[in-house]
Design a binder for this molecule. Structure first.
Ligand SMILES: *Cc1c(COP(=O)(O)O)cnc(C)c1O
Length: 425
């Protein structure tokens, strides 16, 4: 077959889009060139249902080594004793945790989607909300997790599992406090660290493994790996719900989770993506990742300060991590309008509901901004001022095509300082 120029031209077009724009979507990042190289390789051809040493197909000796390397590196990254690297995504990882812990109809408690939570934490549109009995806590008027409400609902409803973690929350978590109430009612604490995982790996935020029974994450956000999911345990434990194996022994949590990934929710693992995960975990272990994490926090703080100085209203007044949520109501703009206008100038971010939002999820009153991707591009705190100034120019002149065109040109020339994948020519 001839080279598929139609498709590869589109990929090159996407490369140019990434090179020339300012990427502020808080869940996005740029992998290293090595991570991408590993992804486009021959393990994609291999079926390997099962786990290293226990596969349902022949010829798995090499992918066994690849997957074992990924697992061993990941265990070092988070100082844990067990890990599953097969989930195809964060949502798949969470699906497996639910399947391992919960029976249909049982109760769990998670952060409300409209307050910063994730679809898989009990949205009525998601399997988690359809299959199980979802209960939700929110944030206070100040934008901080309402731990009192969480404790109140936990004591009153006795959910089997409490989920902590969020997609649009700029503050650190009090895992210890959540574990304390969970112990009172015999619940399991599940931390979904999809967003801040890289900062946790770098030791810059509270360690959820100190207090949470089960931890899941994506690998493509602050961890800077390929798109995918992972599940981890610092300490394995016998399940407290009496789930037994055929011999009548109580199953270990690790065993329940492995079974929930395969055969529970997935078929063959993506061994080429697992290879790329191994590369990314190796990069995290190599020392300079901590500096990357520190720079993320420095950049986020500088950006937050710059927005506040221009009269923007930040939920919780600031950030502890890589992102911030801005309520645009005092600027008479919706999240939708802001996202669409900034997009025209090649500044990408997403509209986001703010706590107690009066607008629909399609319109929203806010935007979510994250710095992991621009930090990977090499930006430092001084660059944050330039970016906020460009964003402000657009938002204050959202209907002026001349301003949008001028900023688009400014964005492109600004980004020339931060080359992306020079290896690709
Ligand atoms: C991004 C995210 C996920 C889901 O990850 P996908 O890979 O998109 O499925 C799960 N939980 C949280 C908190 C997230 O932010």
């Amino acid at each position: 077959m001839q080279k598929d120029t139609i498709l590869f031209d589109l990929i090159n077009k996407e490369l140019e889009r990434q090179r020339n724009g300012i990427e502020l979507i808080a869940s996005e990042n740029f992998t290293s060139f090595q991570v991408m190289q590993a992804m486009g390789t021959v393990p994609t051809n291999k079926y390997a249902e099962g786990y290293p040493g226990k596969r349902y197909y022949g010829g798995c000796e090499v992918v066994d080594e690849i997957e074992t390397l990924a697992i061993e590196r990941l265990k070092k990254v988070f100082n844990c004793t067990w890990a599953n690297v097969q989930p195809h995504s964060g949502a798949q990882a969470n699906g497996a945790v639910f399947l391992a812990v919960m029976k249909p109809g049982e109760k769990f408690l998670g952060l409300d989607l409209s307050m910063g939570g994730h679809l898989t934490h009990g949205s009525p549109a998601n399997f988690s909300g359809k299959t199980y009995h979802a209960l939700h806590y929110g944030v206070t008027k100040d934008g901080i997790v309402d731990y009192e409400q969480l404790e109140h609902i936990a004591r009153a409803e006795k959910p089997k599992m409490i989920i902590c973690g969020a997609s649009a929350y700029s503050r650190d978590w009090d895992y210890k406090r959540i574990r304390a109430v969970a112990d009172e009612i015999g619940a399991v604490v599940f931390a979904d660290i999809a967003h801040p995982a890289g900062l946790i790996a770098a030791g810059l935020l509270n360690d959820p493994f100190d207090h949470c029974h089960i931890v899941s994450s994506t690998t493509h956000k602050t961890l800077r790996g390929p798109r995918g999911g992972i599940i981890m345990l610092r300490n394995d434990f016998e399940n407290p719900w009496g789930y037994k194996d055929p011999k009548g022994n109580l199953r270990m949590m690790s065993n329940l989770l492995d079974l929930a990934v395969f055969p529970g929710t997935q078929g063959g693992p993506l061994e080429h993506v697992i290879a790329a995960k191994a590369v990314a975990f190796g990069e995290i272990l190599d020392g300079s990742f901590k500096d990357y994490g520190k720079q993320i926090i420095t950049n986020a703080q500088a950006m937050a300060k710059s927005f506040v100085s221009r009269g923007y209203n930040l939920i919780s007044n600031g950030t502890d991590n890589h992102l911030m949520l801005i309520d645009l109501r005092n600027k008479n703009l919706t999240g939708k309008k802001a996202q669409e206008t900034l997009d025209k100038a090649h500044i990408t971010l997403n509209k986001n509901a703010v706590p107690f939002d009066d607008k629909s999820p399609f319109v929203t009153s806010g935007i979510r901004i994250g710095v992991p991707a621009i930090t990977t591009r090499g930006m430092q705190e001084t660059h944050m001022e330039s970016i906020v100034s460009m964003i402000d120019k657009i938002l204050m002149n959202a209907d002026d095509e001349n301003t949008i065109t001028a900023v688009r040109t400014e964005v492109k020339s600004f980004m020339q300082q931060f080359p992306l994948y020079p290896e690709l020519g």
